[in-house]
Design a protein around this ligand. Structure first.
Ligand code: VGL
Ligand code: ZN
Length: 210
């Protein structure tokens, strides 16, 4: 595929807590970093997202007495899956992976910073109402195609890719540049791939961009 200045690579939540040694590790976070670095050089436009929770965030099991990670609770905006405490603002776990090397990235968009509402897609919080400004940024920058990589297809990559399609962008998830929280057959990553494909997202590999 030929890339142009109306394409953007969005690198989702490539943070320590989603990699080996982190609080909510993906199975393969450290493996995708070199792929992202290589692919990133082909893009003029690179945007990073950063999951960025305050202490006591609503998505933390520790904030709900008697609950443990992967339990769910009902919130005004719907069902909330609970996680270990992760990407707490200004901690090591919230920092980008030290090997991520994308000096030309133009924008870091933070999400999940409201204590009472979670955010998977970097376009919008899960309440469906609180928008981050990313769609407006893409519009002003005349972006047409959105390529997505990072952590994790099961949640934040899948959520962003689905919203990108809904916002009218041609959207591609780069498989070998994308990590999974649960890659087991029929578990969350598998389900997310099926959902994003049904939504109209294309699944490609990094070699398609060579
Ligand atoms: C994520 C679960 C909770 C992700 C973030 O980046 O995919 N998943 N917070
Ligand atoms: Zn989170």
């Amino acid at each position: 595929m030929e890339l142009t200045d109306t394409d953007v690579l969005v690198v989702v939540d490539m943070q320590n807590d989603f990699c080996d040694g982190g609080a909510l590790p993906t199975a393969d976070g450290h493996e995708v970093v070199p792929v992202i670095n290589r692919v990133g050089r082909k893009f003029q436009n690179v945007v990073l997202t950063q999951d960025w929770h305050p202490e006591g965030h609503v998505s933390f099991a520790s904030a709900h007495p008697g609950k443990k990670p992967l339990d769910t609770v009902e919130m005004p905006y719907g069902e909330q899956i609970l996680w270990p405490d992760h990407v707490v603002q200004n901690t090591w776990g919230a920092e980008f992976h030290p090997d991520l090397n994308l000096p030309h990235a133009q924008l870091v968009i933070r999400k999940g910073y409201l204590k009472d509402v979670d955010s998977y897609s970097a376009f919008c919080m899960v309440d469906g109402a609180t928008r981050t400004g990313l769609a407006g940024y893409f519009e002003e920058r005349s972006i047409r195609r959105v390529f997505v990589a990072g952590c994790a297809i099961d949640y934040c990559v899948g959520g962003l890719a689905t919203d990108a399609v809904k916002s009218g962008f041609d959207t591609y998830v780069i498989d070998d540049a994308t990590a999974s929280i649960d890659p087991a057959p029929d578990a969350s990553a598998d389900r997310a791939w099926r959902e994003v494909s049904a939504a109209g997202v294309s699944r490609i590999t990094s070699s398609d961009l060579d």
